[in-house]
Design a protein around this ligand. Sequence first.
Ligand SMILES: *[C@@H]1O[C@H](CO)[C@@H](O)[C@H](O)[C@H]1NC(C)=O
Ligand SMILES: *[C@@H]1O[C@H](CO)[C@@H](O)[C@H](O)[C@H]1NC(C)=O
Ligand SMILES: *[C@@H]1O[C@H](CO)[C@@H](O)[C@H](O)[C@H]1NC(C)=O
Ligand SMILES: *[C@@H]1O[C@H](CO)[C@@H](O)[C@H](O)[C@H]1NC(C)=O
Ligand SMILES: *[C@@H]1O[C@H](CO)[C@@H](O)[C@H](O)[C@H]1NC(C)=O
Ligand SMILES: *[C@@H]1O[C@H](CO)[C@@H](O)[C@H](O)[C@H]1NC(C)=O
Ligand SMILES: *[C@@H]1O[C@H](CO)[C@@H](O)[C@H](O)[C@H]1NC(C)=O
Ligand SMILES: CC(=O)N[C@H]1CO[C@H](CO)[C@@H](O)[C@@H]1O
Length: 572
Amino acid sequence: MGIELQFQRLCCLLSVKKLLSIFGIVIAVVVLISQLLALPYENYISLLSNVDGVGLEAETVLATDEKRSNVEVDSVLGFQKLGNSTYLEKGLNANSTIGFYLNVNTYSSLGKMRNESAQILQVKSPAARSSGRENVIADTGNKTSSLMENEATSSNSNILRAGINSKRRRPASISYMNTLVQQNSSISLVRSQWRSAREGELRYAKVQIENAPIIRNIPELHSSIFRNYSKFRRSYELMERVLKVYVYKEGEKPIFHQPYMRGIYASEGWFMKLMEKNKQFLVKDPKRAHLFYLPFSSLKLREALSKQNFTHQKDLENHLSNYIGRISRKYHFWNRSRGADHFLVACHDWAPRLTRKNMETCVRVLCNSNIAGGFKIGKDVSLPVTYVRSAEDPLKDLGGNPPSARPVLAFFAGGIHGYLRPILLQHWSEKEPDMKIFGPMPRDPEGKAKYRELMKSSKYCICAKGYEVHTPRVVESIHYECVPVIISDNYVPPFFEVLDWESFSVFVLEKDVPDLRNILLSIPEEQYMKMQHRLKIVQQYFLWHKNPVKYDLFHMILHSIWYNRVFQVKSK
Ligand SMILES: *[C@@H]1O[C@H](CO)[C@@H](O)[C@H](O)[C@H]1NC(C)=O
Ligand SMILES: *[C@@H]1O[C@H](CO)[C@@H](O)[C@H](O)[C@H]1NC(C)=O
Ligand SMILES: *[C@@H]1O[C@H](CO)[C@@H](O)[C@H](O)[C@H]1NC(C)=O
Ligand SMILES: *[C@@H]1O[C@H](CO)[C@@H](O)[C@H](O)[C@H]1NC(C)=O
Ligand SMILES: *[C@@H]1O[C@H](CO)[C@@H](O)[C@H](O)[C@H]1NC(C)=O
Ligand SMILES: *[C@@H]1O[C@H](CO)[C@@H](O)[C@H](O)[C@H]1NC(C)=O
Ligand SMILES: *[C@@H]1O[C@H](CO)[C@@H](O)[C@H](O)[C@H]1NC(C)=O
Ligand SMILES: CC(=O)N[C@H]1CO[C@H](CO)[C@@H](O)[C@@H]1O
């Protein structure tokens, strides 16, 4: 009897487990495979030591730059709870079912596994759903690819497909996004319910920009780099003359008011620092402001709350929610526009999701500017990812070789995370001598120097997405004057409102990775020379200065916020 009871209990336990794990196994397999793929390249132990957030930056550059997505970070946290790196390695290496179960349980314990799993399927799907992906998988016959083949053809495939079909959405190409900018009608404009002198000023600016005087003798370079240089210049001048920003004093350090200036999330820190000490745009009297800045750091939010054992996105979301509650009770500014004249600047991978509900109406300035992830062209602003190695000297190593001294056709190096980079490597690693496509480079000074050297001596630098759409390589390429090749469907590049990105960079659809070399070779030399030349002009817009100068990164970010705000004002 006792034995029977125990047996029954065991069975019950097992079936509950089975139910719980039914999605989990699929995801675990997917994640496991991606981890397996990454294992030879990635240093998981250093990932673990980074989780506390001390150093997402600096040393982990080349290998783990864009870093793991939330799924990865949380899986690491999950592992950490159960054990340590020894355990992790065991779990990853085990080729037995036990290995899978261990992982499933770990993921289940995070509670939000199912939601994440849906996201993994979604994230994985853009490539898979375009017909290209299946070919990619089919026509490589190697270890990694056969692993991927298993992923696609095993029993999971139905679930994968189901997920894909139910969420079918075409990846947004650059030309599609261009039409959105031009139409600027796809956004439902949040119309303010109040009348104020400030709104009148914005409306005035809008009319002025729309009727910008045509600038004669525009340097040819500038007119090709910008969508409309006359309009940009008018808008920029008006910003300098008119714009006033109020920064809320509420909010405690370290999440608020504490800029962090290094690493791959440095953009949000630099902006916060330069904004909070700014003299030209800041006003003490919020009634004079056209825009209200919510001065928090998405990186610090993530770090601080995970130290307090809050690791779920929901907790972080609530923290921001409470903040909005606080300022909306204390001041009337949030309520009168429902946040539409407020903005936030956030570079963490999670930022879009953390701000999706409570701050949806704000101008969201995001590194993770994924048009398939809720980023709205015309309202939100794409924040450049600037990987700052030295907060003292952010402009170190700027510049690169002239075109004649760029013998390498294409260069990429970095951690092999996300679904795209393994495909890139399968196709182009050690295939052609002029295609320098690598996994992560060593993180010692030598490795870093080699990375820079290759960027400075390659014609094209491949900016392939990692887990998320953004990568610091875009700005790195600009700094090293290497024409960026952006392979990241749905990524809205920085200052998209005003810059004509196709005049100085190349966009390749993810499905076209197998044709990458042909695509690059088919670009006429003359065209390349033009792009490279323009890149050197564009560079000034992507530079941080401790004391901001005209047209630098700080001003360009502020300008895009201003520009979007102006064009959301209802015309009379
Ligand atoms: C991990 O755990 C094992 C035993 O549980 C222990 O021997 C080892 O020192 C731990 N390693 C670290 C890095 O904490
Ligand atoms: C993995 O499988 C191989 C053979 O397929 C076996 O020799 C090895 O012991 C297994 N490793 C583990 C950790 O089970
Ligand atoms: C999953 O997300 C939905 C909405 O996005 C939410 O209602 C649900 O509670 C979430 N489930 C878990 C387990 O977090
Ligand atoms: C694939 O593996 C085979 C041997 O299994 C090897 O000959 C070939 O070079 C590999 N190809 C790639 C792209 O790694
Ligand atoms: C730029 O914008 C101005 C003002 O709207 C317009 O008059 C001009 O034709 C535009 N120039 C180009 C090249 O589109
Ligand atoms: C977080 O959890 C750990 C272990 O569960 C505990 O030791 C620590 O005190 C907790 N920290 C806080 C701030 O609650
Ligand atoms: C703004 O609206 C919220 C909820 O709608 C309310 O609690 C708050 O008191 C309002 N703030 C002001 C200043 O009226
Ligand atoms: C819907 C909307 O706001 N459309 C505007 C797009 O921009 C042009 C000028 O740039 C305006 O005339 C449209 O009203």
